[in-house]
Every structure is written in C-alpha cells, then in structure tokens.
Design a protein around this ligand. Structure first.
Ligand SMILES: *[C@@H]1O[C@H](CO)[C@@H](O)[C@H](O)[C@H]1NC(C)=O
Ligand SMILES: *[C@@H]1O[C@H](CO)[C@@H](O)[C@H](O)[C@H]1NC(C)=O
Ligand SMILES: *[C@@H]1O[C@H](CO)[C@@H](O)[C@H](O)[C@H]1NC(C)=O
Ligand SMILES: *[C@@H]1O[C@H](CO)[C@@H](O)[C@H](O)[C@H]1NC(C)=O
Ligand SMILES: *[C@@H]1O[C@H](CO)[C@@H](O)[C@H](O)[C@H]1NC(C)=O
Ligand SMILES: *[C@@H]1O[C@H](CO)[C@@H](O)[C@H](O)[C@H]1NC(C)=O
Ligand SMILES: *[C@@H]1O[C@H](CO)[C@@H](O)[C@H](O)[C@H]1NC(C)=O
Ligand SMILES: *[C@@H]1O[C@H](CO)[C@@H](O)[C@H](O)[C@H]1NC(C)=O
Ligand SMILES: *[C@@H]1O[C@H](CO)[C@@H](O)[C@H](O)[C@H]1NC(C)=O
Ligand SMILES: *[C@@H]1O[C@H](CO)[C@@H](O)[C@H](O)[C@H]1NC(C)=O
Ligand SMILES: *[C@@H]1O[C@H](CO)[C@@H](O)[C@H](O)[C@H]1NC(C)=O
Ligand SMILES: *[C@@H]1O[C@H](CO)[C@@H](O)[C@H](O)[C@H]1NC(C)=O
Length: 272
C-alpha cells in the first residue's frame, strides 16, 4: 500500500514569491459551487455541480516547506504545484458517518490544454485514482495504484493560466474492474473527458471538488531548456546559466515521478 502523500522536501532554488491564499474566507459547498460556475467549469467540465462536502487539497511549497491550501480559484505557480498534493475530505469521522467506510475516486483534469483559447487536446488528465478512503484525520489514502499518476501543471509559455479541476466521486462497486479497461498506463492523457468516463463507469455527480489556476513559470526558460537536462528538481546549484536557445515552451516536459522523484523524459510532447 502506497500512501498518496508525498512528504519529500527537495532541494530547489527558485525565487518563489510567498503566497498566502488562505485569507480567512470561509469556504462552503455553496461557495465552491458558485466558484465553479463563475469560472465556467460548469459547463466546460461538468454539466452541473452540487457538492455535498469540501475537498481540501494541500500542496507543499518546496522553497518554504509550508503547506499551500487550494481555495477555489486560487492562483498558484508551477513551482508551488510541482509535488503531488494531499487530499482531505472535510468529513464526519464519527463511526456512524457514511464517509468513514466510503471509497472514493479522485480526478484532476485540465480543460484548457494547450491554452484556454485552443482546447484541442483537452481535457488533459493529470490524475485518476480510485480506492481512496479517509483515515481518522480526513486524509484520503489510496489502497491501490493510481490509474494515472499525478503529473504537475506545465502550461506552455505564453499561455494564459489553465484551470486545474480536482473532483471527488463516490466509487461505484465495479469501478476496479471497469475503469482499467478504459484508462490505464497506455491511455493517452490528452482528450480525456471526465463526464464521458464518469458515465461509462457510473461515477455519478462529484461529491466535492475544487480548482486552482496556474500559468507558465516566468523563470522556466532558465532551468528547463532541454528535456534531458537536469530540471529544477535536480538543480540545487545557484542560478543555473540560461541556455538562451530553447524556448520556454519546452519547460513543460518535466514530469515528476511521484514514486522515484526523478525527472522523466516526457513523451507527452505537449504542455498542459
Ligand atoms: C495566512 O493568512 C491567514 C489568515 O489571515 C493567517 O491566519 C495565517 O497565519 C497566514 N499564514 C501565513 C503562513 O502567513
Ligand atoms: C480571499 O480570497 C478569495 C478567493 O481566494 C477572494 O474572493 C476574496 O476576495 C479574498 N478576500 C480578501 C479580503 O482578500
Ligand atoms: C489570479 O490572477 C489573476 C490575474 O493574474 C487575477 O485577475 C485574479 O484576481 C487572481 N485570482 C485570485 C483568486 O487571486
Ligand atoms: C480543511 O481546510 C481548512 C482550512 O484550511 C481547515 O481548517 C480544516 O481543518 C481542513 N480539514 C481537513 C479535514 O483537512
Ligand atoms: C451509531 O449507530 C448505532 C447503531 O445504529 C447506534 O446504536 C449509536 O447510537 C450510533 N451512534 C451515534 C453517535 O450516532
Ligand atoms: C464501517 O466499517 C466498520 C468495520 O467494518 C463497521 O464496524 C462500521 O459499522 C462501518 N460504519 C458504517 C457507517 O458503515
Ligand atoms: C456526524 O455523523 C453523526 C452520525 O451520522 C451525526 O450524529 C453527527 O451529527 C455528525 N456530525 C457532524 C458535525 O456532522
Ligand atoms: C492548437 O493546439 C494544437 C496542439 O498543440 C496545435 O497543434 C494547433 O496548431 C493549435 N491550433 C491553433 C489554431 O493554434
Ligand atoms: C492520516 O494520514 C496522514 C498522512 O499519512 C497522517 O499524517 C495522519 O496521522 C493520519 N491520521 C490518522 C488518524 O491515522
Ligand atoms: C487500456 O486502455 C485502453 C484504452 O486507452 C484499452 O483499449 C485497453 O484495452 C486497456 N488495456 C487493458 C489491459 O485493459
Ligand atoms: C526567458 O528567455 C527570454 C529570451 O531569452 C528572456 O528575454 C527572458 O527574460 C527569460 N525569462 C526569464 C524569466 O528568465
Ligand atoms: C539536449 O540533450 C540531449 C541529450 O543530452 C543532447 O543530445 C541535445 O544536444 C541537447 N539539446 C540542447 C539544445 O542542448
């Protein structure tokens, strides 16, 4: 059993502006629903959305070691969203509460790939995982490998920020037999559709969700010019010299292998 949680602090030199996005605003299911509509995630991703509970998503800022809470619509940088976040359901952990023994499916999709103006390869599937259960702290823990491991946002240079939509569903009984026939390691992440997939496996409406916005990194062209060159994760040395030759649009090809922490050569070829 592999926890979904990444607890690694990786050496990473980057001028990350601290952001405190937890400004005390109270998030409720109704405010999340409103935020989804304002951002047109309804109808772009979901025909409707009526969350029953709250999904807490928390990234770890590699520069500061501080948690970054995803409030709906918050702006986050590529650096801040590099590592797989933790997911928590603001659940009633009473022994009698239905959430205690509930199994969940979690998805992260980008409907703005490669750009919000050109969605020809949307949705891009950043993560798809089932068999998640809450522990006594409300943290979602997986008991099987993800169908699609988390890959971080890599919007291409020049793109407006993308919406990264995180959705939680109750898991239907036959999900583990049906879903891998539709999504597995060989299934392209591009041109995914969470609603079509959801209908095929009987996911129903999401019970919770949130989203964040991430645009291309301003400094990405100084560190990630070559797919095979050391990326930010393995470049603790100060101020690597700019390559100057590669466009920042190459910057997105660094995919964090959440198990091994290595920078893989992405075959995606596209930036999401
Ligand atoms: C962020 O803002 C909230 C609300 O104002 C405050 O309680 C919290 O201490 C701040 N956190 C940091 C790390 O500044
Ligand atoms: C707090 O953040 C929310 C969304 O993140 C925003 O709508 C609201 O205006 C902010 N409030 C203050 C006082 O900054
Ligand atoms: C995110 O950034 C955009 C522009 O960069 C700004 O218009 C918007 O208000 C920001 N959203 C939040 C929640 O801070
Ligand atoms: C969810 O986030 C809120 C605000 O950041 C926090 O007060 C609450 O304890 C979190 N709940 C869980 C289950 O993580
Ligand atoms: C939980 O359910 C059991 C059996 O239905 C009942 O006896 C008990 O009072 C319930 N506990 C709470 C805290 O609701
Ligand atoms: C959750 O599972 C435990 C152990 O199987 C059981 O005792 C408990 O009644 C279940 N709770 C609910 C709400 O189904
Ligand atoms: C948690 O669930 C129990 C059993 O369903 C219920 O009695 C209790 O009021 C719930 N607590 C909250 C905070 O919702
Ligand atoms: C839209 O994006 C796709 C994939 O990157 C690209 O092949 C295509 O040329 C783009 N279309 C326009 C009109 O920019
Ligand atoms: C839930 O899981 C988190 C992450 O593994 C852990 O830190 C926490 O202690 C767990 N809570 C309980 C009650 O087991
Ligand atoms: C993997 O998914 C593809 C669809 O992308 C499907 O055609 C294939 O049959 C699946 N493989 C298995 C072993 O189910
Ligand atoms: C990215 O590269 C361009 C062209 O070399 C340069 O003008 C720009 O300043 C670079 N951006 C950053 C943040 O280094
Ligand atoms: C990128 O790395 C590969 C493999 O090390 C190398 O062959 C290629 O020349 C490099 N390209 C640039 C532009 O540095």
């Amino acid at each position: 059993m592999t926890p979904l949680i990444l607890l690694a602090l990786l050496a990473f030199v980057s001028p990350i502006r601290a952001q405190n996005n937890t400004n005390g605003t109270t998030v409720t299911p109704a405010s999340v629903e409103q935020a989804f509509t304002s951002a047109q995630i309804v109808p772009d991703v979901l025909p409707s959305f009526a969350p029953e509970t709250l999904l807490n998503v928390t990234f770890m800022d590699q520069a500061t070691g501080m948690p970054i809470s995803v409030t709906p619509g918050v702006n986050l940088s590529m650096e801040q969203t590099m590592l797989q976040p933790t997911f928590a359901v603001v659940a009633n952990t009473s022994q009698n509460a239905t959430s205690v023994n509930q199994t969940f499916v979690l998805a992260i999709v980008d409907p703005d790939a490669p750009t919000p103006q050109n969605t020809s390869i949307s949705q891009f599937r950043h993560m798809l995982a089932g068999d998640l259960r809450v522990n006594g702290s409300g943290i979602l823990i997986n008991s099987s490998a993800a169908l699609s491991d988390f890959v971080p946002p890599t919007p291409p240079a020049g793109s407006d920020p993308h919406r990264y939509v995180i959705l939680l569903f109750t898991q239907p009984p036959d999900f583990d037999t049906m879903a891998p026939a539709l999504v597995n390691a060989t299934t392209p992440r591009t041109n995914f559709n969470i609603s079509t997939f959801g209908q095929a496996v009987g996911l129903g409406s999401p019970v919770a969700g949130t989203f964040f916005l991430t645009g291309p990194s301003n400094s990405s062209n100084t560190t990630t010019g070559n797919d095979t060159a050391p990326g930010p994760l393995s470049t603790p040395a100060p101020a690597p010299s700019p390559t100057g030759t590669s466009s920042a649009s190459e910057a997105g090809n660094h995919v964090l292998n959440t198990m091994a922490f290595c920078v893989l050569i992405s075959t995606m070829g596209v930036l999401l």
